[in-house]
Design a protein around this ligand. Structure first.
Ligand code: GLY
Length: 559
């Protein structure tokens, strides 16, 4: 008898340990989930002070620029999707823009071929930054605390410094030589920082103080603008004071669609994220993926075939809606989704070359960063922000204390040629002065029964869309909690290259074998991580569960 009680107790212990590892932080009122604990804490502190989710968005965005220079930024841009407690929703586009002097062929040689590295590793790769315009637009429309109060803890963090984590040590080491090559050996990140070192950012603190005092104009027209343009032009960039002065963030109508009884609120172009997500979810809706089983060969097939078709459309149709006409409504209809899936056969893979021609290679990385916020009033914010590549272009303005993006690579330098994510573009995403480059960032908010249900998003270039998709399905179709949904192994297909990428060693051999036998090409090697999701789920009792991706240093903080 004693023995069986002991065994039972042991079983309970094992089960509860397992459950705990799969259950995220639970908070009763408000939460921030972001790539760094320091940033999540600052966002939460602002809400504890009485600020709303939008004040917390501003604080978190800039705290990431301090604590996570890998992707957090002043020199990049992003997108925000919001849903207010009363159900009102909107999106903000603070994506970078091509400089006025940009040309369609700027990354091509005299024979019309793409010059390798020119759109990623040179000063011409830098787009006009949008982040500071973004946070001031949010503040003007939706903020509640004074900007100086919101920026106070961010400036304090920059002055006090940030402790290097184990993962960050590796990131800094991986890119150190590139940063030195561009900025010289006196630059801040020339130092060989190790885990537990503290990096202080006095120059960034000074820049932030000037912005707190003088507003957005400081960055786009003031002393900061002058220092920035001087630095950029010395390095061969084409961004001018006029480019900065003309930059504006844009409020855009959210892209809203239904998946079964969910209402999904997503980012419209110039992000491809919302539209691709809508197309994929509309294509898979007729299939009972829950019954097929989580990550089963059949379910993987359905998702992959929908992804293949949506990414092919992305390549052809999508670009900056201020420059090109995109048939958004037509691409989102059930009839169109049905016609796209008509060629799908469970017995064998559809080949991407039969969907559209092209052969490419691609690499993946976890640049870009996403954070999710819910406040105690019931407002929700999903925001994804980026420098494009890790530490952007690696151009670091020491006098101002931040990295510049290399977002120009998100344009299509030449129709049919892949960018660094292997994404193929077309005329719709060609370069033009003041145009915004197409993005995959997918900050998303989900409603169920008219109530806030989930706030979700991810970094990961082209894998952002499929990571967000799988996270939503993991919760809705497979009944996983938020943290378990984020933890679950992921896979990705993007039409070209015609290959399903799996997180290494997370899918069982029979599943992969079944897919191979049907003609699918499998890659378990080149991509260590597919997405790095930070999300919040509203549980049936109204509490919040955080999903902070342990593939990074991501942390949920709440109260
Ligand atoms: N730079 C990555 C994206 O916007 O998709």
């Amino acid at each position: 008898m004693k023995k069986s009680i002991l065994a039972f107790g042991f079983l309970i212990l094992i089960l509860s340990t397992k459950t705990n590892a799969q259950t995220g932080l639970i908070a009763h009122k408000a939460m921030v989930v972001s790539a760094r604990e320091e940033a999540s804490k600052i966002g939460v502190a602002i809400m504890k002070q009485g600020g709303n989710a939008f004040d917390a968005m501003i604080a978190t965005e800039l705290a990431l620029a301090v604590a996570y220079p890998y992707a957090g930024n002043l020199g990049g841009g992003g997108f925000m999707v919001y849903r207010k407690a009363n159900g009102e929703m909107g999106t903000l586009d603070y994506r970078e823009k091509a400089p006025l002097a940009a040309t369609k062929t700027m990354f091509l040689d005299k024979d019309g071929n793409v010059i390798k590295g020119k759109s990623t590793d040179t000063a011409l790769a830098i787009g006009v930054p949008g982040t500071i315009a973004g946070i001031f637009a949010v503040h003007k429309k939706l903020g509640s605390l004074p900007m100086s109060e919101i920026l106070k803890p961010v400036i304090a963090l920059a002055e006090k410094g940030v402790v290097v984590t184990q993962k960050q040590e590796k990131q800094l080491k991986d890119y150190r030589n590139k940063v030195i090559k561009i900025n010289g050996d006196k630059t801040l990140f020339a130092k060989n920082f190790k885990e537990k070192d503290t990096i202080k950012y006095p120059a960034l603190a000074t820049t932030l103080k000037r912005i707190a005092k003088n507003g957005s104009a400081e960055f786009y027209k003031g002393q900061t603008a002058k220092i920035l343009v001087h630095y950029l032009q010395q390095k061969g960039a084409i961004i001018t004071l006029k480019d900065l002065a003309q930059y504006e963030a844009k409020w855009r109508k959210p892209l809203v669609f239904a998946y079964k009884d969910l209402k999904i609120i997503a980012m419209p172009p110039p992000s491809s994220g919302g539209l691709c997500l809508a197309q994929i979810m509309t294509m898979i809706a007729p299939y009972d993926v829950a019954k097929m089983g989580h990550n089963s060969p059949d379910a993987i097939q359905v998702l992959v075939e929908a992804e293949r078709r949506a990414y092919a459309d992305r390549s052809y149709f999508l670009g900056d809606p201020d420059f090109v006409k995109i048939p958004i409504k037509a691409l989102m209809t059930t009839e169109y989704a049905k016609s796209r899936m008509a060629t799908f056969d469970f017995e064998k893979a559809t080949l991407s070359k039969d969907v559209k021609e092209g052969t490419v290679k691609y690499n993946e990385s976890t640049e870009t960063t996403h954070y999710s916020i819910v406040d105690s009033f019931g407002n929700a914010v999903a925001a994804t922000t980026t420098l494009n590549d890790a530490f952007g272009s690696k151009y670091y303005c020491d006098e101002l204390g931040f990295f510049l993006n290399n977002e120009m690579d998100d344009f299509s330098a030449k129709p049919g040629e892949p960018n660094m994510f292997g994404l193929i573009g077309n005329e719709a995403n060609s370069i033009a002065p003041s145009k915004r480059m197409l993005s995959s960032m997918t900050p998303t908010i989900v409603e169920k029964n008219g109530q806030l249900f989930m706030v979700v998003g991810s970094p990961g270039g082209s894998t952002i869309i499929t990571s967000v998709l799988q996270t939503i399905l993991n919760v809705y179709e497979y009944d996983l909690g938020m943290q378990a949904a984020v933890n679950a192994p992921r896979f990705h297909h993007q039409w070209l290259p015609d290959v399903i990428t799996f997180e290494p060693n997370t899918f069982d051999a029979p599943t992969l074998k079944t897919l191979q036998s049907k003609g699918y090409h499998i890659n378990e090697k080149t991509t260590p991580v597919i997405g790095k999701v930070d999300a919040i789920l509203v549980l049936p009792n109204g509490t919040l569960e955080g999903g902070a991706d342990s593939r990074g240093d991501d942390t949920a903080v709440g109260f």
